[in-house]
Design a protein around this ligand. Sequence first.
Ligand SMILES: [Zn+2]
Length: 363
Amino acid sequence: MPASLKPGVVWGDSYKTLVKACKEGQYALPAVNVVGTSSINAVMEAAAKNKADVIIQLSNGGAEFYAGKGCPDSFQAKVLGAVSAARHVHLLAGYYGVAVVLHTDHANKKLIPWVEALLDHGEKFYKECGKPLFTSHMLDLSEDDIDFNLSESARILKRAAKIGMSIEIELGVTGGEEDGVGSDDVDNAKLYTQPEDCLKAWNALSPIGHFSLAASFGNVHGVYKPGNVKLRPEILKSAQDLVQKTHGTGKNPLDLVFHGGSGSEKDKIAASLTYGVFKMNIDTDTQFAFAEGVGKFVSANEKAFKYQIDPDDGAPYKKLYDPRKWLRQGEEFLIKRLDEAFADLRSAGRSLCAGGKPEKKVA
Ligand SMILES: [Zn+2]
């Protein structure tokens, strides 16, 4: 029988329990990029509807948007937006009755100060509440050489582990671009992570604390024409086998992350689940779903977006231009896309909180 967890944000041991259950059960959780309360609530609603646990994450740009594009200090907006979003999730996740992993997305060398500022807030929150603000931060130094990547990751992990946090690192390069991080002109060999590099990461980081690894197996951010991307999930298996053989661990010792999940072939997603992938990032497809919902609503009710009152028959349109109407349709389309993601990743119906009841009392 799988372990059971209390609904709410997981961290430390509860996070490790969740990752272990995913890998043993060969399913993964969608990690959905959010930009505001509307997308965050839709993700939690979709998880509750699918009786699945879920990962909510913010890119630096998403965090900045959460704080407000007009916020006078862009760096502070990236920090405070992420803090604000995390506090929103901490307050509500328990009521949705599922386990939520709180994550930040790609942070390259220039964004290390962003991660460090979030750790400042995380430490403060830990002192106040006895838990960290985020479950895990991602540090993506894959554009730098591997020694720098691993020594910086080790430095950050040392600090994060003290407050029960994990980090995600990246080896090799995910093609395409995500929120200004990444590039289109990478050398093809770098699109496939070397198993030896994964072993190096294991050696450097596993003695310090928990980490997950975004390994590249031909994955690309964004959605491209079919045939443009050659996914080779067997690369993940080679990395797992090398660590297992070298250290005599159990099967699939690495906790792997699949970036660029949008638009990927379903059979390649299924294969990656057998090789220790527990997290699949999805952004492009959920962005489109939200936009499609809003777009359909606007096209179906065009006049309500031009006139407050119908110029011909004087009918009031307030009930249609009310943002709760069209934002809700965006949320509903996002939820529908996540129904598909939970099914593809085999996580529907497998929430570790299924035995528990949602929080009833005010904390
Ligand atoms: Zn990514």
